[in-house]
Design a protein around this ligand. Structure first.
Ligand code: PLP
Length: 395
């Protein structure tokens, strides 16, 4: 039998999905599992958005439609970015994709040549390095370290630039750390990008899930308009994970390449979901703000409670809905700790190495679950923490 393409041996899966698979297996055996592994809001899309989607199906909006997306949705996204991020982008610069991950995939496919170096945050979304490798690029991590409050260090980034560096990925608020890059850090990253003529992929999927302050997009810094691609979508901010709807905002000279990739892959995104999304962006019921207010309450309690678990240490995230916990004081490694939490306490969380080498001492918990569920998770973890308290005594 002929082998698979070599790229298949360099790409990797996602830690969240493998923990989820094991958690589901345990559930099938009758165990009660609290799922804190997936990055999925426990909310559903706002009623007017779902109603608009249903109406679109009833009206027969279920045909092939424009490659870059329904014009009204592209315009609605441009208007939304003006209203929420103070950005001045045209509808022509928006390309609709079936999810943010595909948006990222297409952007990297359009831009990465053999040996091109791609700087990305570590810990970070696993797709950054895996997709880069899949397109024969070279992923180059820059560290988000606890002692720097998980902010990127622009000096480190500058020191990693070589003549082959082409792309720099930013993710603010970030998965898994919840870091919101400071204005100063973003300004310096923008200066580096301009100086070295880099393209910036700014993954802004959590831009609306902020616990204070105004969102600052990488696109808004001097010299960034011509070199920044925003990756964003509806999964998190509008609780539409299963709708599979995202978008890229790209400089106009890159848009035809993205359209070419759409033509050669998914042709167009389902028309009716796009009509639902137009209504979603209007957010006439204030659903996003309500959801974020609820996440803010959970964040406060959950982070406090996590810090009471022996050996756990967690800074409050400034955005997104993940708690990123340093577990080195438990004396266990993150894989063993997650195994104990899942198998013995029925709490699913992800060992930090799934997000890069700088995550090895950490565990990621999603707090997109109800306050009572989070409380129950903490009680269960406290009960099994005896396992690592004992081993800490023995050390
Ligand atoms: N980028 C980041 C940082 C994410 O955390 C995720 C999903 O968890 C994605 C992209 C992919 O989003 P989507 O579900 O819209 O494909």
């Amino acid at each position: 039998m002929r082998p698979l393409a070599s790229r298949m041996s360099v790409m990797s899966g996602e830690g969240a999905l493998s923990v989820y698979a094991r958690a589901k297996e345990l559930e099938r055996e009758g165990r009660s599992i609290i799922h804190l592994e997936l990055g999925e809001p426990d909310f559903h899309p706002a009623a007017p958005a779902s109603a608009a989607l249903k109406r679109a199906v009833d009206e027969g909006k279920d045909r092939y439609c424009p490659v870059a997306g329904v014009p009204a949705l592209r315009q609605a996204i441009a208007d939304y970015l003006r209203a929420t991020r103070n950005l001045n982008v045209s509808a022509d610069s928006v390309v609709i994709a079936p999810g943010c991950k595909i948006a990222l995939f297409m952007a990297l496919m359009a831009l990465t040549d053999l040996g091109d170096e791609v700087l990305y945050p570590d810990p970070g979304f696993p797709g950054y390095s895996s997709i880069t490798l899949g397109f024969s690029g070279v992923p180059v991590p820059f560290a988000l370290s606890e002692r720097n409050r998980f902010q990127p260090d622009p000096d480190e980034i500058a020191g990693k630039i070589t003549p082959r560096t082409k792309i720099l990925i930013t993710n603010s608020p970030g998965n898994p750390t919840g870091t919101v890059y400071t204005d100063e850090v973003q300004r310096r990253i923008a200066e580096i990008a301009v100086k070295h003529d880099l393209i910036v992929l700014s993954d802004e999927i959590y831009a609306r899930i902020l616990y204070g302050g105004e969102y600052l997009s990488m696109l808004s810094y001097p010299g960034m308009e011509e070199r920044t691609l925003i990756i964003d979508g509806f999964s998190k901010s509008f609780a539409m994970t299963g709708w599979r709807l995202g978008y890229i905002v790209a400089p106009l000279h890159i848009v035809p390449a993205l359209q070419m990739l759409v033509v050669n892959s998914y042709t167009c995104v389902a028309e009716f979901t796009q009509y639902g999304a137009i209504e979603g962006l209007k957010d006439s019921t204030g659903a996003t703000a309500r959801m974020v207010a609820e996440f803010a309450k959970r964040r406060e309690h959950f982070v406090q409670d996590l810090n009471r678990v022996p050996g756990f240490r967690c800074q409050a995230p400034r955005g997104a809905f993940y708690a990123w916990v340093n577990i080195s004081d438990t004396g266990l490694n993150a894989e063993e700790l997650c195994r104990i939490m899942l198998e013995e306490a029925g709490v699913a969380a992800i060992p930090g190495a799934a997000f890069g080498v700088n995550g090895t001492q950490f565990v990621r918990f999603s707090f997109a679950s109800s306050a009572t569920t989070l409380q129950e998770a903490i009680e269960r973890i406290q009960r099994v923490s005896i396992a690592w308290q004992r081993s800490a005594v023995m050390r």
